[in-house]
Design a protein around this ligand. Structure first.
Ligand code: FAD
Length: 301
């Protein structure tokens, strides 16, 4: 089923995003957790492509497996990094041959140590070009990224929004946002998008808090802010992982409750290949899921 069909339905679409681990060990752990994540009954699972140092080669393998073995819909992320048009065409053919119907189309980040993204020879500079390529190829639902606190490289919020509109006009079906911890940024973003004529569903992307250092690192890398109240709460329990987890679960649960009250079409959780936090959040929200057992509160889960 394609992404546009999910968000056209008058039902809430919950999606999870996972990443392909680099090691065999990581892969085994993910496999063990996948069935648990699927028990939580998301509408689809998306699999990143080379994000945050993860590997690109396993995205197709993992996305196909989710489809084949669990019968669950997937979205394959794809970036403009390190591939020319011909190579992108080949990857699209492989994705189609695996029966995957959805793509999250991204530019990708500059390689480690570089601050500016350089288009590969005969490749693309911006996600909009990838969206055009995928649209011409045909047959895929397409999601693109949006930034409630603006993209970190963008000179200003409004310019970034106009580039987002280009992606929407080029054929994106849905916009999934970068993570944020303060809903007011999301509401302002949606309002501004609508004001400039972006009509696509806009889905908030949320990252459950696993530990304080990690959340500080990720937010500073992607330019999202942590509100003072949350900073203070986290700081007070910084070295006590179970308490950090509880603060995080409480915060995200409140965020989602508020977003649902405002009528968002879906929620996209960056689950970071973990099960416990997201299971707790889903249970707190009252979704009919199996409540995780205390034994599953292990940091490795
Ligand atoms: P673009 O939309 O191309 O924008 C990049 C920058 O260029 C922005 O500052 C924009 O304002 C500017 N810009 C856009 N068009 C133009 C133009 N025509 N002229 C001048 N400037 C322009 N990364 C991965 O590597 N793999 C993943 O799997 C992955 N998944 C993601 C999933 C989601 C939901 C999100 C939100 C991000 C994800 N990322 C992933 C991160 C993403 O690749 C980075 O944020 C990247 O820096 C920008 O990608 P983009 O698609 O938003 O780029």
């Amino acid at each position: 089923m394609r992404l546009n069909e999910y968000y056209e339905k008058q039902e809430l679409t919950i999606s999870f995003e996972i990443f392909p681990p680099k090691t065999e060990d990581g892969l085994r752990q993910l496999e063990a957790r996948l069935s648990r994540l699927i028990e939580l009954n998301p509408s689809f699972i998306s699999v990143t492509y080379g994000a945050m140092g993860s590997t690109r080669s396993r995205t197709l393998e993992i996305a196909s497996k989710i489809r084949r073995e669990y019968g669950m819909e997937t979205a394959h992320h794809l970036t403009c990094v390190g591939a020319n048009r011909h190579e992108i065409q080949k990857v699209l053919e492989e994705i189609r041959a695996a029966g995957i119907e959805n793509i999250v189309a991204l530019r990708g980040d500059p390689p480690k140590g570089e601050t500016k993204f350089q288009a590969p020879k005969d490749g693309y500079s911006y996600a909009v070009e990838l969206v055009e390529h995928i649209r011409n190829f045909g047959g895929f639902g397409i999601a693109v990224a949006g930034y409630p606190e603006k993209h970190i490289e963008a000179s200003d919020f409004e310019t970034d929004l106009y580039y987002l509109k280009d992606k929407a006009d080029a054929g994106a079906d849905v916009i999934i946002t970068q993570l944020f911890y303060d809903n007011s940024y999301f509401y302002r973003f949606v309002e501004r998008c609508r004001a400039i004529g972006i009509r696509q569903p806009i889905v908030p992307g949320l990252l459950p808090i696993l530990n304080v250092q990690q959340i500080r690192r990720i937010t500073s890398m992607c330019g999202s802010s942590i509100p003072d109240s949350l900073q203070n709460e986290l700081q007070a329990v910084e070295n006590d992982e179970p308490k950090v987890m509880q603060v995080g679960i409480r915060h995200i649960t409140r965020q989602v409750q508020d977003l649902l009250e405002q009528g968002v079409p879906g929620v996209h959780f960056y689950v970071l290949n973990r099960f416990f936090h997201i299971a707790e959040i889903m249970a707190e929200l009252g979704f009919t899921v199996r409540k995780p057992q205390p034994a599953e509160a292990h940091p490795e889960l």
